[in-house]
Design a protein around this ligand. Structure first.
Ligand code: URA
Length: 263
């Protein structure tokens, strides 16, 4: 191989990014990759964070968030949220499929510029098949309205689509099986900014072990999408003293989204 190829490839990538292209390929997608429904919008973690486009060859890094690279699962079905929902709603990839009442796909504006991502459905969500409809959900609605948005303007989803029994924390194996659905939702919706609700959501999406305190007040990059982290509304119900810092996070979110200053 020409030893300069990497240099030229890097130059090519930098130029495509500079002109604002978000999806590109060095060569046409090979049929087998297309048949596997290889995701197109996300970048290798190990490469330049700004490089978009799905590689034809997996990088093999276990920490890479492109599931083909880390050996993880992918979800290819669905060009629309409805199609995707139809394809995954009977999911039995983990044991939560056996204990759930309803599959909680997500709800809201399919073209939402802002996505809120929680951890997993609770009892009320499991009953209704909708995310954040219990007490924490009512608080989330107020949080959204506090920054002059309506719940129906945004999209709300969870990392896990089925309720863990007793509301226990999601297991790594459950996250591994379920997160590809969320990734596909994000690919379809293409939000401008994501707000991760709580430590587990922030740590899972960012593949981080940092504390919530360390994840807050920063704009992270989630495959080219801005991501901020704040307290989970259920945690706020238990610890009202965290409402003030959450308010600061929400104002920060709105500012990062469209520059609006909320007083
Ligand atoms: N907590 C979550 O993380 N998600 C819900 O949908 C409800 C409560």
């Amino acid at each position: 191989m020409n030893p300069d190829i990497k240099k030229y490839a890097a130059l090519f990538v930098a130029q495509r990014i500079e002109i604002g292209e978000k999806e590109w390929f060095f060569q046409p997608r090979v049929p087998s990759a297309a048949a596997k429904g290889v995701s197109m919008a996300f970048s290798h973690d190990t490469a330049d964070k700004k490089t978009f486009g799905k590689p034809d060859t997996a990088c093999g890094d276990a920490a890479c968030r492109i599931p083909e690279c880390s050996g993880g699962e992918t979800v290819s079905s669905g060009e629309t949220l409805e199609e995707l929902h139809g394809a995954v709603k009977e999911c039995l990839r983990c044991s939560l499929g056996d204990t759930r009442t309803r599959f909680v796909f997500g709800s809201g504006n399919p073209h939402a510029p802002i996505m809120f991502i929680g951890e997993a459905p609770g009892a009320e969500e499991d009953n209704q098949g909708l995310p954040f409809v219990g007490r924490a959900g009512q608080l989330l609605t107020k949080m959204i309205e506090s920054i002059k948005l309506r719940r129906e303007d945004v999209y709300i989803a969870n990392i896990l689509k089925c309720r863990p029994p007793g509301n226990r924390d999601p297991l790594p194996s459950e996250i591994e099986k379920c997160e590809p659905i969320l990734i596909r939702q994000i690919e379809i919706i293409r939000p401008r900014i994501i707000c991760a609700l709580g430590r587990i959501s922030g740590q899972t999406l960012l593949r981080s072990t940092a504390t919530l305190g360390a994840l807050r007040e920063k704009v992270h990059d989630y495959h080219g999408v801005k991501l901020v982290v704040t307290y989970h509304p259920a945690a706020l119900l238990r610890n009202p003293q965290w409402k003030r810092p959450t308010w600061e996070d929400l104002k920060f979110l709105r500012r990062e989204y469209d520059g609006m200053e909320i007083s």
